[in-house]
Design a protein. Structure first.
Length: 564
């Protein structure tokens, strides 16, 4: 009986094997027939899949490139800026650039961080436009002088209303704010009849100018070097340059915007100059060696207004403060004060144009497809410096700091006096028409470049969906608007970031001597709070009475989120 059963089992196995062979032959024949029928699967030359570098460094670079492409493919302008903040719930560690501090020898760092070539303002030549400008200078002279005298009268009256006298920096800011507003009013009244574009400008008083970008070519900090040296696969790259994140924050006295772009004064061929790019100063040290500070915050790009399809989106002119130069030691010298003005003009102009570019779908990881221009004035009321800036590229991170041939341009003048003083009778003396001429030249620069919507927003291709306000879903529209503006508000999180106390560092991390104590802290479970992403939070609960789908709909207990 045993032999018979074994024979039946063997026969059953052989039959199953035969059936499998028949089915494999049938499938192979079917596949062959399909291949024969489909001639498109054959090519004249053999095609091989791409050979990818699977090293750790190459995988990190590919991961970064994939993320940059994800940002480019996001639908709307606000979602692109939210996507930029997705990796960090508590924000990024950024170098704090602002218009209140320009440390000693800051010009090389500023040129490196903005990829800017600095040039002197070219001398004027005789032309019909200059003859016309001379006539306007004569017509505007008396109005500007009257505006200066009136500004000083207002300032004296305001000083009498203060309980405590302000310090030197506050006094200069207060007086300069009045002078800039009054001079701007007088110039607009004089030029508006001959220059129609001045009738369409949008004027912003003390606007927010903030911009975020990444800079490559910086030496790694000691903790980064030590961390890489502790891993076998990263030892060779321990001293390679890293990217530093930068956040600029500024508040100019005045800013003028227009719906058209200013004309470019440099061609594309001139901006794509590898020789100029290689001659740019390189500042590889940490920015804190110069006196800059660091902070943690989200990536913010605000050019003084919120995203809108109908707003004048291009900067025409901005007036910056130089009051902080009063705190600069005189031992630094005249040349350093001149370089400080150049550095302030470069970083403020670059940041304003970068923020405008973000509202058109670009960012520090997605390159511009057309140049942007603006004009900047730095003044304390008496001394005026005039600059023009052309933004050609945004790629200054990673290997682009060495390989990108495109550069940005800034040209400017030394500080020029507008007037000498206001005498006891309240009259302006030693008025300088040459300075007024330079100022009127900036106002008379007519914005003339108009682009189609597809050309203006090349990375936002859907014609009916360019901004968060274009969404038909009200819940999604409100969520994106609130999220974007909450990030831009720079409000802290309702719970502070977890902290490692000193005794925990000593007795739980460096010298683990409390083995019997239960593990309750985040670092004991290997959790890094800085790696928490923007969407890692509890969703908002929806009460049963207002829950869509009825009280028993458990799927609608929480509000939907629409993170990109």
């Amino acid at each position: 009986m045993l032999t018979l059963r074994r024979g039946e089992q063997l026969r059953a196995r052989l039959q199953a094997l035969c059936r499998r062979c028949l089915s494999a032959k049938t499938q192979a024949a079917t596949t062959t027939n399909n291949i024969t029928d489909d001639a498109s699967e054959y090519t004249a030359e053999a095609e091989y899949p791409e050979i990818r570098d699977l090293s750790f460094k190459a995988r990190k670079q590919q991961s970064a490139a994939d993320w940059h492409n994800e940002i480019k493919s996001v639908a709307t302008v606000e979602e692109k800026m939210i996507k930029l903040n997705m990796p960090r719930y508590y924000g990024f560690k950024v170098v704090d650039l602002n218009d209140n501090q320009v440390p000693y020898n800051a010009l090389p760092l500023t040129q490196h961080y903005t990829r800017t070539v600095l040039e002197e303002q070219p001398t004027e030549t005789a032309s019909e436009e200059n003859v016309k400008l001379d006539a306007i200078v004569k017509a505007a002279r008396e109005d500007v002088i009257e505006a200066l005298e009136y500004a000083h009268d207002i300032y004296k009256h305001q000083l009498t209303q203060l309980a405590t006298p302000p310090d030197a920096v506050q006094r200069e800011r207060q007086l300069t704010q009045i002078i800039v507003e009054q001079v701007n009013r007088a110039v607009l009244q004089t030029l508006s009849a001959d220059y129609a574009h001045l009738q369409q400008v949008e004027i912003d008083y003390n606007p927010r100018h903030e911009a975020f970008w990444a800079v490559g070519g910086v030496d790694p900090p000691k903790n980064v070097v030590k961390s890489k040296q502790g891993h076998e696969w990263q030892k060779a790259d321990a001293h390679e340059s890293v990217d530093r994140l930068v956040q600029y924050t500024g508040e100019p006295y005045l800013a003028l915007r227009h719906r058209l772009q200013l004309p470019t004064w440099r061609t594309v061929e001139e901006s794509q100059n590898l020789t100029l790019a290689q001659q740019l100063p390189r500042y590889k040290f940490d920015a804190r060696t110069l006196g800059y500070t660091t902070k943690h915050q989200h990536a913010i790009n605000v050019p003084g207004y919120w995203p809108s399809a109908n707003a004048p989106n291009f900067g025409l002119l901005s007036f910056q403060s130089r009051a902080h130069l009063q705190l600069r030691p005189k031992s630094y010298g005249v040349e350093d004060a001149k370089e400080a003005l150049h550095a302030l003009a470069i970083q403020s102009s670059y940041a304003w144009l970068l923020a405008q570019a973000n509202y058109n779908g670009f960012n520090t990881y997605n390159e511009l497809t057309y140049p942007l221009n603006t004009q900047t004035v730095i003044t304390n009321g008496r001394e005026w410096s005039f600059y023009s800036y052309q933004l050609n590229t945004l790629l200054v991170h990673g290997p682009h700091i060495d390989t990108n041939p495109v550069v940005n341009f800034c040209r400017g003048t030394p500080a020029l006096p507008l007037y000498g003083d206001i005498n006891e009778a309240g009259k302006c003396i030693d008025f300088n028409e040459a300075t007024l001429r330079q100022l009127l030249k900036l106002y008379s620069n007519v914005p003339s470049i108009q682009r189609t919507a597809d050309e203006l927003l090349p990375y936002v291709r859907d014609g009916s969906l360019r901004r968060a306000a274009d969404y038909e879903n009200e819940e999604q529209r409100v969520f994106l608007e609130q999220t974007f503006k909450h990030l831009a508000s720079k409000r802290p999180r309702h719970l502070e970031i977890p902290e490692i106390y000193m005794w925990e560092k000593l007795y739980k991390i460096d010298h683990p001597t409390r083995s019997m104590e239960p593990r309750r802290r985040f670092f004991e479970y290997g959790i890094n709070p800085w790696r928490r992403t923007l969407d890692q939070h509890d969703k908002e609960y929806v009460p049963r009475a207002v829950r869509p789908g009825g009280k028993k709909n458990r799927e609608g207990r929480y509000k939907k989120t629409y993170y990109p």
